[in-house]
Design a protein around this ligand. Structure first.
Ligand code: ATP
Length: 154
């Protein structure tokens, strides 16, 4: 279905901020930024990235919604512990957790990102990650414009 990411992400922000006791700052280029995806999948997917941003950082979380010719893009940005480069290729694997000792403190099964990866594939969403240890992590979701949206952008 066609979803306005701005409404969807505002809803998630309002739901999670009181739970986390932290701000989720949302920046969006426009008030209507439509993508095609299943609403429940997208909600679940975003919650996995946000829960991780919350667990592995102690500051506010930022979400940027932008678009270019090809993609609508959502960046979920935390300023937390980061992920070592050698682990970046493995975090989407089932049960993989970086450094068991440090992970034990936060708890978790190591399943979240493998579920997110499957949900993304089912909805044609591309996921990528950039991270620097002790600085933070950005997960990026990219939605390719559908035919109608491409026409609108011409
Ligand atoms: P759960 O399945 O309960 O979410 P989890 O957080 O351990 O547990 P994943 O969500 O699959 O599992 O994440 C896998 C690993 O990737 C985590 O254990 C953590 O080491 C690392 N990771 C994921 N997101 C972040 C982040 N935003 N900052 C730092 N490390 C992260």
């Amino acid at each position: 279905e066609k979803l306005n990411l701005v409404d969807m992400i505002s809803g998630i922000k309002n739901r999670l901020e009181p739970v986390y006791g932290r701000n989720i700052e949302v920046h969006h280029e426009a008030d209507f930024m439509f993508v095609t995806a299943d609403a429940d999948s997208l909600d679940q997917l975003l919650k996995i990235f946000l829960d991780n941003a919350y667990k592995y950082s102690s500051e506010d979380i930022n979400i940027n919604i932008t678009k270019d010719k090809e993609f609508t893009r959502v960046d979920i940005i935390d300023r937390g512990i980061g992920i070592p480069e050698e682990d970046l290729g493995k975090i989407f694997n089932r049960f993989y957790r970086v450094d068991k000792a440090r992970a034990r403190k936060t708890g978790g099964s190591g399943l979240g990102l493998s579920i997110a990866d499957e949900l993304a594939k089912m909805n044609d969403i591309r996921v990528s990650v950039e991270s620097t240890v002790d600085e933070g992590t950005t997960f990026t979701l990219k939605f390719e414009h559908g035919k109608e949206e491409q026409d609108e952008n011409r």
